[in-house]
Design a protein around this ligand. Sequence first.
Ligand SMILES: [Zn+2]
Length: 420
Amino acid sequence: MRIPAAFALLFSGVAAAILIAQTTPASTVLKPARVFDGETLHEGWAVRVRGNRIEAAGPASGIDPTGATVKELPGATLMPGLVEGHSHVLLHPYNEVSWNDQVAHEGLALRAARAVNHLRATLLAGFTTIRELGTEGAGYADVELKQAVEQGIIPGPRMLVSTRAIVITGGYGPKGYAAEWTVPKGAEEADGDSVIRVVRDQIGRGADWIKLYADYGWGPGRGSHPTFSLEELKAAVETAKSAGVPVAVHANTAEGMRRAILAGVETIEHGGGGTPEIWKMMVEHHVALCPTLAATDAITQYGGWKKGAQPEPRGIQQKRESFKAALAAGVTILSGSDVGVFPHGDNARELELMAEYGMPNAEVLKSATSVAGKVLHLEVGSVAKGMLADLIAVDGDPVRDLSALRRVTLVMKNGVIYKQ
Ligand SMILES: [Zn+2]
């Protein structure tokens, strides 16, 4: 309740202090050794936060600490909270339980209980925003988990959610049960005109993004094959766009990627089968790539590959080559790992692999901060006046040595400190 100022004079000093707290948001000055602002590194900068926004960022001598709580962060780099562009908090690592068995056998409350832990681990690892790309059979649980975070019931990152995701009839798992109607599908099926209905329904239930599968491992023969027609994808994108909702598409084949680009999607997930022509189209149509290198790395290891002790399997070599080709072509890269395949909180694995596959450290950091903020249409990812106060401190200089990302010493989300 807000108390009229004149009335407050009648109250004790405590009440007056509460009144001041209500009208003047708390201010904090963070003084690290340096600031990575989402683009470049600045030695000797400081940052002032008021409420949930960054009020000032620049050389420490120019940041007024009057009335603020000052936090010294010696040796640390202050930077934007990291963005995970592709997560599944309702999944846990496939070497614990296969995807199929999670979807088929694990109930909603069990999955949500795990997700609560996953969200906390993600936030404390310095990832202050995630884009959830499908509940994989857990209905609309992502919408409610987001509510739980926003209402302060559980700690977690800022969430963009896409609810159930959309697949063609017959294209997705779990499959092969004698009575399939008793087993939940990993995503919602739609075809032809029903694509429009399902896009609208998912938006109505809280989807911030729409996710579709433009190809998948189905039909005769091994490997992925295109699923939705170009017309179906166009109908989905047009329907989502008219509601102001962007579209992300799973695509691993050149044809699936081509249809997705021509349909007007904003991001392509995985993109393993990109060709020179496809990368060029992505640049021309401003479609970002979310490479999910860490998922391929993890799944290959679950399949028996002893990383470091054995030569790289063909699948890993192909993933590295395709990522390098996308980089060379100038495709916008959104850092996104498909975490859930591997442990939540280990999200930095994607950034480490991007660097290992040839992306300069500063570009890696941008893809999880400033570039991610732009691709996801959020006021995060940059340390600048007016941006949302999602900030982390890491021990060391991550531009020189990415291992600093594994030493997160402070996490602030929306102006609130969750770890220090
Ligand atoms: Zn995924």
